[in-house]
Design a protein around this ligand. Structure first.
Ligand code: ADP
Length: 431
């Protein structure tokens, strides 16, 4: 896991509950690592060196599984598993799941529907490229994530502006080490895909997809920027459409070569057809995995660890709670199940960043927490953090979690609770 990851805690917590012995491999500075007795410091920026470091370590201290805790480390984990003979995704799949262009190439080679797509160097003459496009289209950095730098353009002028803006985002990138990958300096252009957006969270076992949850995103995401807000599960889409979504994710996973572990896919549904926006070999971001726990009765991270250790996780899905415990096998997960209990609905709202500035806190957190149906309001931003809205910014200042009987009700609870929060931000004047 990179030292910057926000996923460390839920994974380490799950490992602690399962009594697992964990070695954290992270990009600690070597000197501090020795000083603090950190056994496995890895140069995560250099994939082959990091793989060698893991393999050398494993020769002395055999490992049962290697679990990447962030997008950034999926390729390293896949390569190290391959050398050590542990079950793994193909390293190419791990690359494709992070590289938006490579992913589209692999999907379309497998005959899976894709929008028209192309990739351009920042140095190319944007005025000429803009005239060749069909509108509306979406521009996005090939390698960034979290909707950062994703911009819709409706005209050549909008395209030129968006292209230059993304170029500035890629060039500034002071929060990331300079990348050695040429795609880090390239922009991908796709035709705009209309439709309602959904997110599927699943677990792959020997190539077979087990759907853990399908989330509706009830806010329209039509651009020009694409800020995630509300996720609610179960989906209110018709059953056949939900099946079309899982079927597409299954085919897309196979197409990019993802076979083991978590899969997170974003799709748009247009006239009942499910179309992939992206598919990644990782679990849902931020603190959102908590929403799955409400329905599964076991944390997503625990499932991922169980799967990585070769334990049986078949039959676990968010809707399985309605079945009797006996139906679910003897994998130790039965203890979580109350026979006949409806899992109900659950949702999360990623708190938006309407304006940039120095974060001072939220007023109304206690009132928001008291909204009936709200499980928790978690503010992750710290006072003094610099908040930047999309497309330049990244991350969310916090999350609202809610539960209820019906998805529509959960959506309303989240909106109501959000209405009770007022963000305090100090404007920073550029000099
Ligand atoms: P990231 O990995 O940075 O989140 P995505 O490719 O998933 O980038 O895009 C982020 C969001 O932008 C998507 O969830 C979707 O709402 C929107 N988006 C991206 N590509 C398209 C497209 N071709 N058509 C319509 N919306 C898109």
């Amino acid at each position: 896991m990179p030292t910057t990851t926000y996923r460390a805690h839920p994974f380490l917590e799950a490992a602690r509950r399962m009594n697992l012995e964990v070695v954290v491999g992270s990009d600690f500075c070597k000197v501090l690592a020795e000083e603090w007795d950190v056994p496995l410091s890895l140069r995560l920026r250099y994939v082959s060196q990091a793989v060698d470091e893991i393999v050398d370590y494993a020769r002395e201290h055999p490992l049962d599984a290697i679990v990447p805790v962030d997008d950034y480390t999926t390729e390293i984990a896949a390569r190290a598993c391959k050398v050590l003979g542990l079950p793994h995704n193909s390293p190419e799949a791990a690359i494709a799941a992070r590289n938006k262009y490579r992913m589209r190439e692999m999907l379309s080679a497998a005959g899976i529907w894709c929008p028209c797509f192309a990739r351009f160097d920042l140095s190319l003459p944007v005025e000429e490229i803009a005239l060749e496009q069909r509108y509306p289209c979406v521009l996005k950095p090939v390698l960034l994530s979290g909707s950062r730098g994703v911009i819709r353009a409706d005209s050549p002028d909008g395209f030129i502006e968006a292209f230059r803006r993304i170029g500035r985002i890629l060039e500034s990138a002071s929060d990331r080490p300079p990348s050695l990958d040429p795609d880090a300096h390239r922009i991908m252009v796709e035709s705009y895909m209309p439709g309602r957006e959904v997110a599927l969270e699943g677990l792959l076992n020997d190539g077979r997809l087990c759907v853990l949850a399908l989330f509706d995103k009830p806010d329209l995401l039509e651009g020009p920027f694409f800020e995630e807000t509300i996720y609610v599960t179960p989906s209110r889409l018709p059953k056949e459409t939900q099946e079309a979504v899982s079927d597409t994710v299954q085919r897309a996973s196979t197409a990019v070569g993802l076979t083991e572990g978590p899969v997170h896919a974003e799709l748009r549904v247009h006239h009942g057809e499910a179309r992939i926006i992206e598919i990644a070999g990782r679990s849902i971001g931020g603190l959102c995995s908590r929403v799955l726990e409400y329905g599964l009765g076991v944390s997503l991270e625990e499932l991922i660890l169980r799967h990585a250790l070769g334990q049986d996780v078949d039959g676990v899905d968010r809707n399985a709670q309605g079945r009797s415990g006996a139906d679910r096998g003897t994998d130790g997960l039965d203890r979580q199940v109350e026979a006949g209990k409806n899992p109900g609905a659950a949702g999360v709202m990623m708190l938006p960043v309407p304006e940039g500035g120095l974060f001072q806190g939220y007023d109304g957190v206690e009132e928001a927490k008291k909204t009936p149906g709200v499980e928790d309001v978690v503010v992750t931003a710290k006072e003094g953090d610099m908040l930047t809205p999309l497309p330049e910014g990244a991350g969310y200042p916090g999350f609202i979690f809610a539960k209820g009987d019906e998805p529509g009700q959960v959506e309303q609870v989240l909106r109501k609770a959000h209405g009770r929060l007022q963000m305090r931000v100090k404007t920073v004047l550029a000099t």
